[in-house]
Write a protein that binds this ligand. Structure first.
Ligand SMILES: Cc1ncc(COP(=O)(O)O)c(C=O)c1O
Length: 393
């Protein structure tokens, strides 16, 4: 009955595109145990190590004791706990926004925000490398969509001008820090273009929240841009070490989402323990600057080490450090060899990234020690050396 699916899966296998996960059995600092072996984890978005921080774990445990393991209901039906409201206040402060609204995940936040704000008769203009969650949300909204080449503000402006009053609303959508390329959006120019042309702007700061900006407020804070009128999406699931998505922005937008965002209304609220963990993570972020300092130190030595080995780094501005490989097969062979050597650094292939741009995506955390990074660099050196020898034969 499902033969057609078997054939499609075999097709994916033949193109080197079949996806499989590794089963993590335990976590200790930056190391994970997979199949009984401890490996250096270079694939986590837990950039500051806060998912493992004793205060963050204790806050989650305490919330479970007090509120239970789950919220038990949707937010508007009886699932809003004091912890949700407290976290929304803290997120609004972190993002210097009028208000904030939580969603169970970042994916649901993007779906809810975009579908609640635009629809048929509206236009969304987005960067070609925007995350899949943004692309899905645009499709679901049924608004018209135009892409501009990655970080190209001239083309963004041209697309904004071209609309010439043909649409009711225009929404510009970009990631603040791109998840698969690790580079920052030219936000000053994007904000100017959107403001000049009277368009709304949504910045997906999933990866930058907690990392960029003097207080960890994200890319707007990093670039010194006033957040007034800008919609800032973020997740709690990366640098804040928990789970959940949110929008921080003007009050009428927040109220509209509460009333219209289906992925907010028709789903069970984020577990109170996730809120408590994120609240404590925000406190740790502000009280223990050491984690961010360690992360940036690690970034310097990691990018310097990989460059010495001749790796083609797509960017070096953030803890997401992707190494360009190109072919799917070579990328996956290298990822598997790294795994065998004790490093978990996954290969990323299309459709997650454009065809021909497969890569090993390494991500750093504050929990990596200089010794861990040295060990990882030795693995890379050995494997890249073996690869070069094999290709010169
Ligand atoms: C840019 C971007 N936006 C949104 C999301 C979704 O966030 P979450 O994992 O919290 O659902 C991700 C996560 O991978 C992401 O990278």
């Amino acid at each position: 009955m499902f033969e057609a699916l078997e054939q499609e899966l075999a097709g994916l296998e033949a193109q080197g595109l079949r996806r499989r996960w590794r089963r993590v059995e335990a976590v200790d600092g930056c190391r994970i145990r997979v199949d009984g072996r401890w490996l250096i984890h270079l694939a986590s978005n837990n950039y500051l190590g806060l998912a493992q921080h004793p205060r963050v774990k204790a806050a989650a445990r305490e919330a479970i004791e007090r509120c239970g393991a789950g919220a038990g209901s949707a937010r508007l039906i009886g699932g809003t706990f004091a912890l949700h409201e407290e976290l929304e206040e803290k997120l609004a402060l972190l993002k210097r926004a009028e208000g904030a609204l939580l969603f169970p995940t970042g994916y649901m936040a993007n779906l809810g925000i975009i579908t609640a704000l635009v629809g048929p008769g509206d236009l969304v203009i987005g960067d070609t490398l925007n995350h899949a969650t943004l692309i899905d949300a645009c499709r679901l909204s049924r608004a018209a969509f135009r892409a501009y080449p990655h970080r190209d503000c001239g083309r963004l402006r041209a697309a904004l001008r071209h609309r010439a009053g043909r649409y009711r609303r225009v929404l510009v959508v970009t990631e603040g820090l791109f998840s698969m390329d690790g580079d920052l959006a030219p936000l000053k120019e994007i904000v100017e273009a959107a403001r000049d042309e009277g368009a709304w702007l949504l910045v997906d700061d999933a990866h930058a929240t907690g990392l960029f900006g003097a207080r960890g407020g994200g890319t707007l804070e990093h670039f010194g841009i006033s957040p007034e009128g800008i919609l800032q999406m973020g997740t709690l699931s990366k640098a804040l070490g928990s789970l959940g998505g949110f929008l921080a922005g003007p009050r009428p937008v927040i109220e509209t989402l509460k009333n219209r965002a289906r992925s907010f209304i028709y789903t069970t609220a984020l577990p109170p323990a996730s809120c408590a963990a994120a609240l404590e993570a925000i406190k740790v972020l502000q009280e223990e600057p050491v984690w961010r300092a360690r992360l940036w130190e690690n970034l310097k030595s990691w990018t310097a080490g990989l460059s010495r080995l001749g790796c083609d780094l797509i960017s070096r501005e953030s803890p997401i450090v992707p190494i360009r490989i190109g072919s799917n097969e070579r990328t996956m062979a290298l990822a598997n060899a790294l795994f065998e050597a004790g490093l978990y650094a996954p290969g990323i292939r299309p459709p997650t990234v454009p065809a021909g741009s497969a890569r090993i995506r390494t991500s750093l955390t504050a929990l990596h020690t200089p010794a861990d990074l040295e060990e990882a660099l030795i693995c890379f050196e050995n494997l890249l050396g073996d690869e070069r020898m094999a290709s010169s034969r």
